[in-house]
Design a protein around this ligand. Structure first.
Ligand code: PGA
Length: 251
């Protein structure tokens, strides 16, 4: 089954990147992807919204894909400061991250909001990467699997298929901390996610599950080799083209 799940290595730049350095980074990644001519994996760059258009233009023809970091649930309207899935698509994006823990925490995004955003991605023709993950307190209380289960059930819209959904498991305590779960812990979480997905889609076995949280060029090979891991969502290490490409090579 794993052979049908083409690994996806996604870089989440978060709120980093002005035009000059962002375009240089995108060009570095795009050149590396073009040179590698990978047909067995996908590489995705998710710059801040201000750079989606320019990065998509810089990446055109390279094979590197471009995505947004968030979208609003509505296609347009009186929502000052927001960006719709349709706008991302129009700017050249093919993917969008929804429900990142920083948005769940900073912006109070609930599972219902995340689900509506994933539906908006579908409406616009984007592939949503739905993020879930437990906090340290939840892990220490032994609640990891039940938290993942309830976030998944609440955040994945009805009608999901393998072509329309990517799930990213990102333990909140591992994001930006340099700490990672052990590979058996990652494998256990991913196996549980796949099992729960079985109740949500007939194509659970083919849905790609990414691991995210302090993935870097040194630990990527080991984390990516864990059971049921089909790629990575990379924050800090996606801000250096060489590091990010090393992670993509490890997939
Ligand atoms: P990190 O971020 O790789 O910097 O830990 C991952 C993420 O938040 O997607």
């Amino acid at each position: 089954m794993a052979s049908t799940r083409r690994p996806l290595i996604a870089g989440n730049w978060k709120m980093n990147g002005l035009r000059a350095d962002g375009l240089a980074l995108a060009k570095g990644v795009a050149d590396g992807v073009k040179q590698a001519k990978w047909s067995d994996r996908e590489v995705l760059i998710c710059p801040p919204a201000t750079l989606v258009l320019a990065v998509a233009e810089a990446a055109r023809g390279s094979g590197a894909l471009v995505g947004g970091q968030d979208c609003h649930a509505k296609p347009s309207g009186a929502h000052t400061g927001e960006v719709s899935a349709e706008m991302l698509r129009d700017a050249g994006a093919s993917h969008v991250i929804v429900g990142h823990s920083e948005r769940r925490t900073d912006c109070g995004e609930t599972d219902a909001i995340v689900r509506a955003k994933a539906e908006a991605a579908w409406r616009a023709g984007l592939l949503p990467i739905v993020c879930i993950g437990e906090t340290l307190a939840e892990r220490e209380a032994g609640k990891t699997l039940s938290v993942l289960e309830s976030q998944l059930k609440g955040s994945v819209p009805a009608g999901a298929t393998a072509a329309k959904l990517v799930v990213a498991y990102e333990p909140v305590w591992a994001i930006g901390t340099g700490k990672t779960p052990t590979t058996p812990e990652v494998a256990a979480a991913h196996a549980h996610i796949r099992k729960v997905l079985g109740g949500l889609t007939a194509e659970a076995a083919a849905v790609r599950l990414l691991y995210g949280g302090s993935v870097n060029s040194r630990n990527a090979a080991e984390l990516l080799a864990a059971g049921d891991v089909d790629g990575a969502l990379v924050g800090g290490a996606s801000l250096k083209a060489d590091d990010f490409l090393t992670i993509a090579k490890a997939a």
